[in-house]
Design a protein around this ligand. Structure first.
Ligand code: HPA
Length: 249
């Protein structure tokens, strides 16, 4: 079976600059509409799919994203592998602004999100294995791309998925740190487990947008988060371009 890579863009990455779009596909799913039409295109002649998680206008907040429709649409369009780009807050001391992170673990603190495809019409109750929530082969492609580009990246990190849309309190971040979490974001779950349910190879390319609440004296603002993300996106684009090339080798 031929493989097809999809990129889910997060905050700061609603478009892929070097993507030549061949067509935009409006995909209907049994779960409603995905965040946006899928862009089917090419980077350096290599086919990929792109979906902006928050919509092209960045208008859908994390708790309102139709994660099931997004993952279903990618699978339906032929994706076998998914790189999910995600802005995160840094908890561990080396997770400074603009740091690139390829996490290897997740703790899910989200609530009230529909988090499974396996709830109706089942012939058998299904429990997916989630010991290693991210797909190792795609993690390796991302990690090797960072090395090749001389971009320093953290390759072992636990992602705390919080509900949002508000940022956390300082005490919540302390608690996440005690739980062993190194970075915090609002969109990592149920995206990762839904991808596993549909047998997609899914991994996350995280970008630290800010120090998590209470980790600096600064008040967190959207301006600061956006500024840091804009600065880091050049690295992200290069890592993606390199990973897409490696994926096709
Ligand atoms: N917390 C949760 N999600 C985030 C943060 C944060 O500090 N920064 C970017 N996404």
């Amino acid at each position: 079976m031929s493989k097809l890579l999809a990129v889910i863009g997060g905050t700061g990455l609603t478009t892929l600059k070097n993507l030549t779009i061949i067509k935009r596909e409006v995909v209907q799913t049994p779960y409603g509409e995905p965040s946006a039409p899928l862009a089917r295109g090419e980077i350096d002649g290599k086919g990929i799919l792109f979906l902006p998680r928050h919509g092209y206008g960045h208008t859908i907040p994390p708790h309102k994203i139709n994660y099931r429709a997004n993952i279903w649409a990618l699978k339906e369009a032929g994706a076998t592998d998914v790189i999910a780009v995600a802005a995160v807050g840094g908890i561990r001391s080396d997770m400074q602004a603009m740091k690139i992170v390829v996490p290897d673990q997740i703790v899910d603190y989200t609530y009230s999100r529909i988090n499974t495809f396996f709830e109706e019409g089942l012939t058998q109750v299904t429990h997916i294995d989630f010991t290693h929530p991210y797909c190792q082969s795609l993690r390796e492609i991302l990690i090797n791309s960072c090395r090749a580009l001389d971009v320093s990246a953290a390759t072992q990190a636990t992602y705390a998925a919080t509900q949002g849309p508000r940022l956390e309190s300082a005490a919540e971040i302390k608690k996440l740190e005690k739980d062993g979490c190194d970075i915090v974001g609002m969109t990592g779950m149920p995206e990762a487990s839904l991808a596993r349910e549909l047998e997609l190879c899914y991994s996350c390319l995280g970008v630290v947008a800010n120090l998590a609440a209470g980790k600096s004296d600064e008040i967190l603002t959207m301006d600061m988060i956006e500024q840091n993300l804009n600065l880091a996106m050049e690295n992200v684009r290069q890592i993606l371009a390199h990973s897409i090339k490696s994926f096709h080798q």
